[in-house]
Design a protein around this ligand. Structure first.
Ligand SMILES: [Zn+2]
Length: 313
């Protein structure tokens, strides 16, 4: 194996770039803006230029670099073709890997961003020393990635592991962003938690504070201080989340389930009731599967991208 590898985590506002040793040590990292104008056509050239400039400045010989891993906020086929990249201006299918490879003269492997984050955690984060895991990121939406045998599970349409859009809650009437109703994400994202809060506070406020001025963090804090209404909201949120994880684990039987994203900062206040709900619903052989916090935070993507080049080629 060569000495170095790059990871490029392409997001809606910035591209995070990481320079790694192939043993997993992160040696350098920086960011460049994601220029979405003109159908996002500058994005890949910008990444290429930034990496080439870095190699020149740091005197990194091309022969010592394994390649570049690239992730995108969209569906990616098993072959690495970007199927949808609407958040970054791309339309139709795009062979971003070949484009970046042509600019840099290095091998490039491309994957979905949530899948890359899961691979990063499996390589150097909370999933280290496991081969099979599910990672669920609880943010504005719910992102997820599935790693089986140390590799990303992409699926036939690049949508394997999109647990956010499993139709778990038939009682919901409102449409999800995906067009369906009843999606896991509708109750288990940060926005979903506020939806549950609205159900418990029909007046539109908790202790005089309007719901639109509250966020999940404040609900957890208030629940911890003994606010009964907030404790009920947390309990229902955790019950829904645990039930969902039980369904996913009953199908995939991972070694560990990782929880990332803003809401995961609630820590054990979230995870204890989630584990309880999980045990209640999961198929019994998987009852003791650990449910723990992801540990790489916003860097999971660049780690996963670097790992892509080493495992998915
Ligand atoms: Zn949906």
């Amino acid at each position: 194996m060569k000495k170095y590898v790059f990871g490029a985590d392409l997001g809606g506002t910035t591209v995070k770039l990481g320079f790694f040793r192939t043993d997993g040590a992160l040696l350098n990292q920086w960011e460049i803006p994601t220029v979405k104008e003109e159908g996002g056509r500058q994005i890949i050239p910008d990444i290429g230029k930034s990496l080439l400039a870095f190699m020149q400045r740091e005197n990194i010989p091309m022969e010592e670099v394994e390649g570049i891993g690239l992730d995108v906020p969209g569906a990616v086929s098993r072959e690495g073709l970007v199927l949808t990249g609407v958040n970054i201006g791309w339309e139709g299918e795009k062979d971003a890997a070949s484009e970046l490879s042509a600019i840099t003269d290095l091998p490039v492997v491309c994957a979905n961003d949530a899948n890359a984050a899961a691979l990063g955690e499996q390589w150097m984060g909370s999933g280290k020393n496991t081969e099979n895991l599910i990672m669920v990121t609880l943010g504005t939406g719910v992102g997820a990635g599935v790693i089986i045998g140390g590799r990303i599970l992409a699926g036939a349409h690049g949508s394997a592991g999109e647990v956010g859009h499993t139709a778990l809650f038939p009682e919901l009437q409102e449409k999800c962003g995906c067009g369906n109703t009843g999606c896991f994400e509708q109750l288990c994202s940060a926005r979903g938690m506020m939806r549950t809060a609205a159900k418990y506070a029909p007046s539109g406020s908790i202790d005089g504070v309007p719901l639109e001025k509250l966020n999940p963090k404040e609900i957890f804090t208030a629940a911890g201080k003994g606010n009964t209404l907030c404790a009920e909201i947390v309990a229902e949120y955790a019950a829904n989340l645990g039930r969902g994880l039980a369904v996913f684990a009953s199908i995939l039987d991972p070694e560990v389930i990782l929880i990332g994203g803003g809401i995961s900062h609630a820590g054990e206040a979230l995870l204890i009731p989630v584990r309880e709900a999980y045990r209640k619903h999961v198929f019994y052989p998987a009852a003791d599967t650990p449910i723990i916090r992801a540990s790489l935070g916003n860097n999971a993507g660049i780690y996963g991208c670097a790992r892509l080049v080493l495992t998915q080629r």
